[in-house]
Write a protein that binds this ligand. Sequence first.
Ligand SMILES: Cc1cc2nc3c(=O)[nH]c(=O)nc-3n(C[C@H](O)[C@H](O)[C@H](O)COP(=O)(O)OP(=O)(O)OC[C@H]3O[C@@H](n4cnc5c(N)ncnc54)[C@H](O)[C@@H]3O)c2cc1C
Length: 423
Amino acid sequence: MKIVIVGAGLGGLVCGRILQRAGHTVEILEASDGVGGRVRSDRVNGFTLERGFQVLFTAYPAARRQLDFDQLDLQTFDPGAVISKDGQRYTLSDPLRDPASVISSALAPVVTLRDKVKTGLLAASLIRKSIGETIAGPDTTIEEYLKQEGFSEKYINNFVRPFFGGVYLDNSLKNSAKAFKFDFKMLSQGRTTLPAAGISRIPAQIATELFTRNAIRLNSKVTGLVKDKSGRYTGAKLEGGETVMGDVVVVSTPAPEAARLTGLDMPKGQTSTINLYYSGSAPLYSGKKIVLNANPDPFVNNLVLVTNISPQHAPAGQHLLSCTVLGVPDESDETLYRKGLDDLKGIFKGDAKAEAALPGYKPLAVYRIPYGQFAQPPGIHPTLPDNCSGLPGLFFASEFTEASSQNAAMVSGEKAARLILKG
Ligand SMILES: Cc1cc2nc3c(=O)[nH]c(=O)nc-3n(C[C@H](O)[C@H](O)[C@H](O)COP(=O)(O)OP(=O)(O)OC[C@H]3O[C@@H](n4cnc5c(N)ncnc54)[C@H](O)[C@@H]3O)c2cc1C
């Protein structure tokens, strides 16, 4: 059998590799100049820049099945976060996995002691549960769920809003509590990591076998799908007019493009982000935790001195600072860099070492990402499209059949491949 796959993101790559390993011919048509979709990195003057701050949770079940973690040379974040609020920095940690931070964490007044105990209990209960049990039952918003569970406003606003705002590229906390519970479980159960050579090592690893068999065509944008006389999907038309034929077609693009190509209903709405990079010659802070901005009206939602976690991300003696802005405001690069630096001054206010280092930080790159994830309001997950489109010969292998994450995209790829193999 020959399978034509549209899109070489994680969903398309995983689907293609499984089918190729099963002895089928695969042709993946990718519009851009590389594999990975939203999981890509650039090398710029010795720096490795992720196209949007992105991490790999080692607890992701599909990542454990599909990836060779050793080969990825994973660099590990410390659990918890540093919270910046009103000119002070507070460390919140996981007492079991980061004992060095226990005392400072216990004293941090940005959340209540009750919140800290409840966080530990929630993590322990989610670790004990299966994924099915974790996401069972009715859905609600993250904010509503946390209130029901008895977490304080302080905890919600100072920790969850910036932390999960960074995860979902949306700090309203109006999205699905099921997605939150799943991610909280993943965070508690495994490590948060980044491949030393950049996040793009993940798709590159999956693509290696496919490239060996010339199964991926880059710079090949699909403009339409092809059906035979009986209405069965059998191929794809490329920009330029060429038609690529097969026995079945798998659409592995983001939801809006899948809707355009198939005419079917797809999840609507999106979250977006800007990733600002700066480089400096002195470290801005020490430690391997993410820094959250809990000040009012944040411009930079969260930041990380990437080189503290992965020194290989910058040339020797240089430090790489990655700042996440939520949304894509219509501003020039210069304005974005300036606003970022202004916010950084507030985030590190009163920290003499950081205040001395900050003027040495220079703008390096800006990435605007209008389509970060599809919107995930409460209740959306059971309504998402199936891998089997219901139309003959047409399948989906993309995040939008599951949830918006690397794990979801890989799970979708696995499920689509299984359906095709079943015939
Ligand atoms: C900034 C950011 C941060 C994120 N952080 C995390 C994180 O920390 N952890 C996590 O688990 N997830 C994270 N995600 C989400 C995760 O990256 C995505 O859910 C996942 O990569 C989606 O994979 P996919 O294969 O479904 O789609 P995509 O990665 O979007 O791949 C689709 C591919 O289809 C191609 N394509 C589109 N149209 C056509 C066409 N007409 N013809 C041919 N090819 C086409 C695209 O070029 C692309 O390569 C983040 C996403 C972003 C943007």
